[in-house]
Design a protein around this ligand. Sequence first.
Ligand SMILES: *[C@@H]1O[C@H](CO)[C@@H](O)[C@H](O)[C@H]1NC(C)=O
Ligand SMILES: *[C@@H]1O[C@H](CO)[C@@H](O)[C@H](O)[C@H]1NC(C)=O
Ligand SMILES: *[C@@H]1O[C@H](CO)[C@@H](O)[C@H](O)[C@H]1NC(C)=O
Length: 517
Amino acid sequence: MSQESLQLHVLKTLDTQGEIADTQDFTLEDGAVVDQLVLLGALNSLLSKEMVEYKSLDTEVWYLSEEGKEIAETGSHEVTVFNAIPEGEEGIAIAELQSKLGNVAKIGQGKAFKNKWIKKNGANLVRSVEKVEDQTKDDLLVIKQTGTHSNAEVLKELKRRKLCDKQKVTTYSVKKGAKFALTIQKQATELTYEMMQSGEWRNQSFKKYNFDAVGISPPGGHLHPLLKVREEFRQIFFEMGFSEMPTNKFVESSFWNFDALFQPQQHPARDMHDTFFLKDPATTDSFPQELLKKVKDIHTNGGHGSIGYGYDWKEEEAQKLLLRTHTTAVSSNMLYHLANQPEFKPAKYFSIDRVFRNETVDATHLAEFHQVEGVVADKNLTLGDLIGFLEEFFKKLGVKNIRFKPAFNPYTEPSMEIFSYHEGLGKWVEIGNSGMFRPEMLLPLGLDPDVRVIAWGLSLERPTMIKYDIDNIRELLGHKVDLTMIKNNPVCRLDKKMGRELDGEDELSEAVPNPIH
Ligand SMILES: *[C@@H]1O[C@H](CO)[C@@H](O)[C@H](O)[C@H]1NC(C)=O
Ligand SMILES: *[C@@H]1O[C@H](CO)[C@@H](O)[C@H](O)[C@H]1NC(C)=O
Ligand SMILES: *[C@@H]1O[C@H](CO)[C@@H](O)[C@H](O)[C@H]1NC(C)=O
């Protein structure tokens, strides 16, 4: 039956009977019982139009258990036992009764003995009364029909025997409402221009707003987990007084990406197997000519106490456009601008942005990832300052126990890999890379010889994958990403616990390429 015809049936019943005292007894024309919840829907709809009023009636209704239903149908165990014993002195052997009735024999016997209906005669059972009444069956039938029993003791006893139990049932008492009618007028859900023009709105009944309705969740954007973790990293840098570098370009010249960093032109990182070069346009010559000369000079001839690389530096190589392989391309540019300020001021820069490498894509590698980079420039900074910054930075991430291992990077000297002790794995795992920029890089940029620059880098993907329990990087980034994951993943809070997680997970320790290329 449709909601509308059910509503009409309610109205018709009210019209003929005046009221429905208890919907417990409410039936459809064909006598079918209506589910009270379905009925409630109809009543609420009619109530909103003020066509009916109703009150809830809470009653306790007794109902039969499965066993209770069986007994109401076939009789109680004790009566079954009694009936199985033939009249006369002989009776029946206990074993035979057992095999005949099974479990029922056991339960029925006790009760029949208690009622003094049967007695033992040697190994046999015999009747001790002529006939018995099946009170249990009768009581259960009463409960089945009326939902209760006049004798509370009986209910208690039958419940104890798990033959019946009670439940709360809500039914309704229904009266006509102020706008009772036998037809249901369609309610308008909105006021239209036409209604106002024709004056029809005066006669129109409007549907009330339901302020309790659950809202539709907005279809708007959701932040990707990488963006959430990036925001946490940004806040840490801001707390430490860093300012963000403008990394809003993916294409760089080889000059800023490699040459300005004193990375020789034969370095394997500058091969197309490692780096994506652009085809069109393939080159640029827009870099400071004066700096270009200095960079060429230091590569070829050295200077400032360095012997350089002693090879034939080619401008064409520096002109090649590429997808930046590290955000340090931007850092070198920033340091050049810093060097060109009239007066040197210490600087703390950071960036978190995308970099590209020609990697074979697998579960833990993509051809692109996000590099988190911190750079500090000040006079007479030492390796101790770098260690101090790193300890502070990782402490804010929740990583307390860190160690350093000497390493080689093309443009930092000394260089240190950063390790953290992972309790779960019981070993030290690499969490980042760091170093002091070489004078061969800094002096051509025009920085004062006293100025030292320290830097460190790590990837954004690894902590994100650990934080959000993602073990395949392709589920985090790229065309296979499940948008539901982005919609449902929680807010990121890096806390002390996160720190322990961050330094962990064996298979993730090799998850992303070294941020310092
Ligand atoms: C509104 O109802 C009145 C009286 O029932 C009727 O005379 C009038 O034509 C109706 N107006 C419109 C716009 O339907
Ligand atoms: C990436 O490297 C592979 C070899 O490792 C090479 O075949 C391919 O051309 C490179 N891709 C680009 C776009 O340079
Ligand atoms: C840096 O060190 C040099 C050489 O030791 C010294 O002359 C200079 O005053 C120092 N500068 C600062 C700012 O401490």
